[in-house]
Write a protein that binds this ligand. Sequence first.
Ligand code: DQA
Length: 152
Amino acid sequence: MPRVLVLNGPNLNLLGTRRPDLYGRTTLAEIEKRLHALGEELGLAVEVRQSNHEGTLVDWIQEARGTADALVINAAAYTHTSVAIRDALEVFEGPVVEVHLSNIFAREPFRHRSHVSPVATGVICGFGPLGYELALRALAARLAPRQAGGGR
Ligand code: DQA
């Protein structure tokens, strides 16, 4: 079964209570539960992690080489600042989906630049928690084209 590691960056542990106007009221634990259920449906082994620390995220991306087939990453504020996360993602061999709950292009100009996008297979933003589910579906199609009816 293909393994997908879903990484979440700083402040995403506060989902549900942090700026619900922007990010909604769904908690990260609820998102995790949904992703596990969807993973079962799609035949993917899903693991969800969150850290407020850049180096921890870099360690997890490095560790994913050989232990995960694909990554989903919402690097949160580090999206806009972290060359280290970009460099780590660049050497991961499998597909990488960048997710943001909010539409970063409709927000402040400093959020319009992503260091992750140039090394991502695809980007999903603006659909709230659904974005993570869309990312899993995209990966299922990519990792097992015949079962999921996908392809590239
Ligand atoms: C975010 C967007 C980022 O700009 C912000 O720093 C976040 C969350 C999102 O999911 O919309 O923390 O990645």
